[in-house]
Ligand binder design. Structure first.
Ligand SMILES: Nc1ncnc2c1ncn2[C@@H]1O[C@H](COP(=O)(O)OP(=O)(O)OP(=O)(O)O)[C@@H](O)[C@H]1O
Ligand SMILES: [Mg+2]
Length: 323
């Protein structure tokens, strides 16, 4: 059974449709990267996992199930219990995620409860200096504050950690170190990770699986290396082609041409159709349902056909032909 199951989730912010029927599964102990262009719905999906959406957001359809509990249908006490026992969150801006009026040690003690060892949890994120315990959040560097936020999120050994671009606001020298910290603490605790990111090479390196979002839906998911190395959805191919890692392997660095959609209701067909080099008439007015291509789940009418000839248009050489 999945630890996290998001099914056909539709979230609206007034007239903007942020999620348009998103599906996502995260298994126990698994690390999943959630990627996609700005505005594709990553943060909305990540926040929905803990029902931490802004007041403007409305769930129009679908469900989120964490450890068997339907997140959007829980009474407040059960929701609090679920967040506390099963979930941890780390966001992009560490200072904003801490209470500016409370010393670091006091905040951590609040999470740990009586008998919790603040020093131990700070040492785990390599903040051994006792001055950190007595500091207020604004007295810390961004990297230190994010480590405090990570210590707090991981203090209760949650089953699932949702990390929404936790290193995006940090100096490049400390990004790698902070990412390492999250992944090693999670591995020690058996915590699953949902890692929201724009950094495709890092996701390919660190995550077991990847889910690619476009227009508020997960359009491709599967093993990270497969999805990013041999994409089955034309959007993933375009995104992976636009990534510097692909450029390093000799591919041309080109941005995905055109602009992502801003939806005001359900997309009538495939939201990527206007930018897709493979779009046919059907793509404009028929919503794609998931199909399986190799180890990937793909929302594309032409996925199976493209798998035969290659999503980039090159002919695929079958192993039995070359053997
Ligand atoms: N609080 C809000 N009020 C109104 N619209 C919002 C709000 N939050 C997000 N949106 C809209 O919902 C859509 C999805 O946004 P979201 O922040 O989930 O995308 P994202 O993939 O996390 O983007 P980024 O990569 O920039 O963080 C966008 O069109 C965005 O403008
Ligand atoms: Mg975001």
């Amino acid at each position: 059974m999945s630890l996290l199951s998001v099914r056909n989730l539709v979230i609206d912010y007034a007239k903007t449709r942020a999620l348009d029927g998103a599906d996502l599964e995260v298994a126990q102990g698994e690390t999943v990267g959630l990627v996609g262009e700005s505005g594709s719905g990553k943060s909305t999906l990540g926040s929905a996992v803990g029902r931490l959406l802004s007041r403007a957001a409305q769930r129009t359809d679908g469900e989120v199930v964490v450890a068997g509990e339907p997140v959007f249908d829980l009474p407040p006490d059960r929701l609090r219990h679920l967040r506390k026992r099963h979930l941890g969150f780390v966001f992009q801006d560490p200072i904003a995620s801490l209470d500016p009026t409370m010393r670091v040690g006091a905040q951590l003690r609040l999470v740990l409860g009586r008998g919790g060892d603040v020093g131990f949890h700070l040492a785990r994120v390599r903040l051994d200096d006792p001055r950190v315990t007595r500091a207020y959040p604004h007295q810390l560097s961004g990297g230190m504050a994010q480590r405090v936020a990570i210590a707090m999120a991981m203090a209760t050994s949650p089953e699932l950690l949702v990390a929404d671009e936790p290193t995006a606001a940090l100096d490049s020298q400390v990004r790698e170190e902070v990412s390492n910290m999250v992944f090693s603490l999670a591995a020690d605790a058996g915590t699953s990770i949902l890692w929201l990111s724009h950094d495709l090479p890092a996701v390919a390196r660190r995550c077991d699986r990847v889910a690619v979002m476009y227009g508020g839906r997960v359009v491709e998911s599967g093993p990270a290396r497969e999805v990013l190395g041999r994409p089955a959805h034309p959007y993933t191919a375009a995104l992976a082609g636009a990534s510097p890692a692909a450029a390093a392997h000799g591919a041309r660095l080109e941005p995905v041409p055109g602009r992502p959609p801003v939806l005001t209701g359900p997309a009538p067909g495939c939201a990527f159709a206007p930018r897709c080099p493979f779009a046919v008439e059907r793509c404009e007015h028929e919503r794609p349902e998931p199909v399986k291509v190799r180890d990937q789940h793909v929302l594309c009418h032409r996925a199976e056909e493209l798998a035969e000839r290659g999503v980039h248009g090159e002919p695929v050489v079958h192993p039995e032909v070359t053997a």
